[in-house]
Design a protein around this ligand. Structure first.
Ligand SMILES: [Zn+2]
Length: 100
């Protein structure tokens, strides 16, 4: 899993605060993902299942090794993290009601 955040060479205080908040959100989201999607089980030689959310993840049959299962599971965690960040990262002010 890789999260790339571009940091400019000269951050203003506001940017730094925003960046810190963003980093914190990512860290806590990552923690939640790791708790909720902590491990997987082999279902078949070409399928693993997340023990947390029960998602079925396909492994290429010719590459059904623990290494590719780990990789596929990491992709699963990464996707969950993205979803979590997408859901929590777009908080809108309470006051904005109606179309703008
Ligand atoms: Zn899962």
């Amino acid at each position: 899993m890789s999260i790339d955040i571009e940091i400019g060479t000269s951050l203003s205080n506001e940017d730094a605060a925003h960046f810190a908040a963003k980093t914190e959100a990512i860290t806590s989201a990552m923690q939640r993902v790791r708790e909720r999607h902590a491990a997987y089980s082999w279902v078949w030689t070409d399928e693993i299942r997340c023990r947390g959310c029960n998602a079925s993840i396909d492994i290429p049959l010719l590459a059904s090794t623990n290494a590719s299962a780990d990789k596929a599971f990491q992709a699963h965690q990464s996707a969950q993290l993205d979803a979590l960040l997408a859901a929590g990262g777009s908080r809108r002010p309470e006051s904005s009601t109606g179309p703008s």
